[in-house]
Design a binder for this molecule. Structure first.
Ligand code: ADP
Ligand code: MG
Length: 338
């Protein structure tokens, strides 16, 4: 309830920032100072050249030492909202190599698991408790990728034959859906089901995670839990949706050295990302016109971004000095909506 009250006062987008630790690949000496530092639970600073500091405030700031478990603790109220029948979207934003996939999917099993498997686990616990109270609970998952403004179904088996064309449509009750999309029934309490779907997700998102030209870093992946709780006696049905989005790398195209045709391609590939920026700015400015229809990503996720939907933007940051420019851009993007 508290969440709903705060929601009314502050709109429906929250912004968290997470600074990843230095990694061996960063090539930084032990004990080097990070370019981005947490100042408090809600503040961070980024150190520019010539000693210039930029300070930012967010709804939450996680230091490099934060555990996956702690991050999920702070995220679980959003998952609960989806269980309660809301449209919810969690975004992982940041330049390639900043930790988006680590945050969303995680690396491996156990403690390193990210938001997706932990969210499924929370759904499973809720399902068990609702079923004890006489409810029927159903979870379906879908998993798609938006690349160059084209939707691809990542759960469709087999590479041969005609691939269906996917469009975003609105049904009779105003719910948005994607045509021809595989919706897989899944038991959130079945470890094998969860592992299988995580393997499928990992196949698409962790390929060449540091290669800025890899398709995986230039496409958006949207993993969705479709949740339906129904109670025949109470004649009640709750339909919630949890979208878990691993966004394309936010780096500007100059960094990846694209020129000519390639640069043009990069611009259209990132149409959804720039449109998301425009949408966030419009929401931040309380503008009366928010251009959701301008891209596939914003149109698909509009119900989470507007009305009584709920959105969390998790901004991932690299601590390296060479990432200063990209980190500053990410922070400015994130504070526009905050
Ligand atoms: P992105 O998806 O933004 O390109 P990744 O999530 O693939 O970035 O992260 C890049 C690398 O850094 C991966 O090897 C990942 O395991 C590692 N990494 C990211 N965040 C953390 C973290 N908080 N702790 C440990 N390793 C991390
Ligand atoms: Mg990634």
């Amino acid at each position: 309830k508290m969440f709903n009250i705060i929601q009314e006062l502050r709109g429906n987008v929250r912004v968290f920032a997470r600074i990843r630790p230095f990694l061996p690949n960063d090539g930084v000496d032990e004990g080097a100072a990070p370019a981005v530092e947490q100042r408090s639970e809600f503040a961070l600073k980024i150190n520019g050249r010539e000693g210039k500091e930029h300070k930012f405030n967010f709804d939450k700031v996680f230091p490099p030492s934060v555990s996956q478990e702690k991050v999920f603790e702070e995220v679980s109220e959003f998952v609960q909202s989806a269980l309660d029948g809301y449209n919810v979207c969690l975004f992982s934003y940041g330049q390639t190599g900043s930790g988006k996939t680590h945050t969303m999917q995680g690396s491996g099993v156990g403690q390193m698991r990210g938001i997706i498997p932990r969210a499924i686990q929370q759904v499973g616990a809720y399902k068990t408790s609702l079923e004890k109270d006489g409810w029927t609970y159903k979870m379906q998952v879908s998993f798609l990728e938006i690349y160059n403004e084209t939707i691809k179904d990542l759960l469709r088996e087999g590479e041969h034959g005609d691939k269906p064309k996917h469009e975003i449509k609105v049904d009779g009750s105003g719910r948005r859906y994607v045509t021809e999309l595989v919706m897989k029934d899944m038991d959130p309490n079945c470890d094998e089901d969860v592992e299988a779907v995580m393997r499928q997700a990992a196949k698409h998102r962790s390929v060449a995670s540091t290669d800025m030209n890899a398709v995986s870093s230039r496409s958006h992946s949207v993993f969705t839990l479709h949740l339906t709780a129904s109670n025949a006696k109470l004649k009640q049905t709750l339909r919630g949706k949890l979208n878990l989005v691993d966004l394309a790398g936010s780096e500007r195209i100059e960094r990846s050295g694209a020129t000519g045709q390639r640069a043009k391609e990069a611009v259209s590939i990132n149409k959804s990302l720039s449109s998301l920026t425009t949408v966030f700015n419009a929401i931040g400015n309380k503008s009366s016109h928010v251009p959701f229809r301008d891209s596939k990503l914003t149109y698909l996720l509009q119900p989470s971004l507007s009305g009584d939907g709920k959105t969390l933007m998790m901004v991932n940051l690299s601590p390296t000095e060479e990432s200063f420019g990209e980190s500053l851009c990410s922070l400015r993007f994130a504070s526009a909506v905050n």
